[in-house]
Design a protein around this ligand. Structure first.
Ligand code: ZN
Length: 95
């Protein structure tokens, strides 16, 4: 498998816009739609990237023939949202 280094993108683990190395590519068949109650599965690519800053894993995926998202960033599957929490002193007090 060829290693690829896409354009730097936002890592949801460390919050840096960093270079990522693709460390995994996996093709599966995932549920695409139901027609008359029957499930239809289509080829789906999972891509796993490791952040060069924190080693966090960011996973992207979409259907191959019928992609649901044009933008790479919209294909993010994991993490769904940033894991970065504000520092304690920036959180509003509940009292
Ligand atoms: Zn990171």
């Amino acid at each position: 498998m060829a290693e690829t280094f896409p354009e730097p993108f936002l890592c949801y683990h460390c919050g840096n816009i960093a270079a990522h190395k693709r460390i995994g590519l996996f093709e599966a068949k995932e549920l695409f739609e139901h027609v008359d109650g029957r499930p239809y599965r289509e080829r789906f690519n999972y891509e796993i990237y490791r952040c060069s800053t924190c080693d966090g894993i960011n996973i992207f995926g979409d259907f191959i023939e019928y992609p649901r998202h044009k933008a790479f960033a919209a294909r993010r599957l994991y993490p769904r949202e940033s894991l970065i929490l504000p520092e304690d002193h920036k959180l509003a007090s509940a009292q």
